[in-house]
Design a protein around this ligand. Structure first.
Ligand SMILES: [Zn+2]
Length: 299
């Protein structure tokens, strides 16, 4: 099946009789550079794509003026994973893994015992510090979709269903959520959930948003709401890399120039290289400390 034309998009919809809201995310051009950020074995690539689709899905129902990230800290073959979706629709992500191990498909084995999953929203605050909201969940499911369903049931008390589909070309996600309050008829959530269970990953991959609503929720008078485009984008910049170098301290930052005469920092998300000469590094430590921006995570 060809990839539907409405890819690299997020679309929201409503099942009014059932009292259920939904989001569909479909990524192709936005997925390629994320998948290409390392030589990922299939199980890691699948988890990374699921997390990328999920980060985009979660921006639909949360107030995100800055960015939303999905982060995993593991103790197995998969040691770390981060995907981010910003308010402007830009996505990025990467995973760190043991290159020598053969990664298992089950997420619990892949991430190891005690692995944690975090969903974080960072919105611009009034002062310099962003407003940060974070939800944490321990991974107790074989898949990321199951872990996220558990998260929403536990922390938001909102019945939620998630299907995430990933291959080398596309990653896609569908999320159904019961509307807060008592919207919809008594059987609404149950009915939508049964229909949801009939959807196969390849259908989520191959169908347009319109086709999905017509075929999956025929009889529910589904309403397609406004959506938006998504694209790959990285928030790294020379200023942010300079702030990270400054935070290392002069000796360590200077030591990075010793081998090639320049410090070179490569952004792991997008591959962009930033080079600093010893004189430029020197400059980082001669300006008043107050004017150096605090490092914002890695970059
Ligand atoms: Zn970058």
């Amino acid at each position: 099946m060809p990839i539907p034309p409405d890819t690299d998009r997020l679309d929201r919809f409503l099942l009014p009789q059932a009292g259920v809201r939904g989001v569909r995310v479909h990524l192709r051009d936005a997925w390629a550079p994320i998948l290409g950020s390392d030589d990922y074995p299939p199980a890691i690539a699948a988890t990374l794509g699921q997390a990328a689709a999920a980060a985009a899905l979660f921006t639909a129902n949360a107030k995100v003026d800055g960015r939303l990230s999905v982060q995993l800290r593991g103790h197995g073959p998969l040691s770390a994973l981060v995907t981010e979706c910003s308010a402007d629709g830009s996505l990025r992500g990467l995973a760190r893994f043991d290159h020598a191990a053969k990664p298992p498909a089950d997420l619990r084995a892949l991430a190891g015992a005690g692995a944690m999953l975090a969903i974080t929203v960072e919105n611009p605050g009034r002062g310099r510090e962003p407003l940060r909201y974070q939800g944490l969940v321990e991974i107790a499911s074989a898949s990321l979709a199951g872990a996220f369903e558990g998260y929403f049931a536990q922390s938001e008390q909102l019945p939620t269903r998630l299907l995430l589909a990933v291959d080398a070309e596309v990653c896609a996600g569908l999320m159904l959520q019961k509307l807060p309050g008592d919207a919809g008829d008594d059987d609404g959530w149950n009915r939508a959930s049964i229909l949801f269970d009939t959807l196969r990953p390849e259908e989520l991959r191959d169908w347009s948003a319109q086709a999905l609503l017509q075929r999956l929720f025929a009889g529910e008078s589904a309403q397609l709401l406004e959506g938006r485009a998504l694209h790959f984008g990285c928030s790294c910049s020379r200023e942010r890399v300079a702030a990270v170098l400054a935070s290392l301290g002069r000796d360590e930052a200077m030591a990075a120039t010793e081998q090639s005469g320049q410090a070179e920092v490569r952004c792991e998300f997008c591959g962009q290289r930033y080079r600093f000469t010893p004189a430029e590094i020197d400059g980082l430590f001669t300006v008043p400390p107050a004017s150096i921006a605090a490092p914002d995570r890695l970059q």
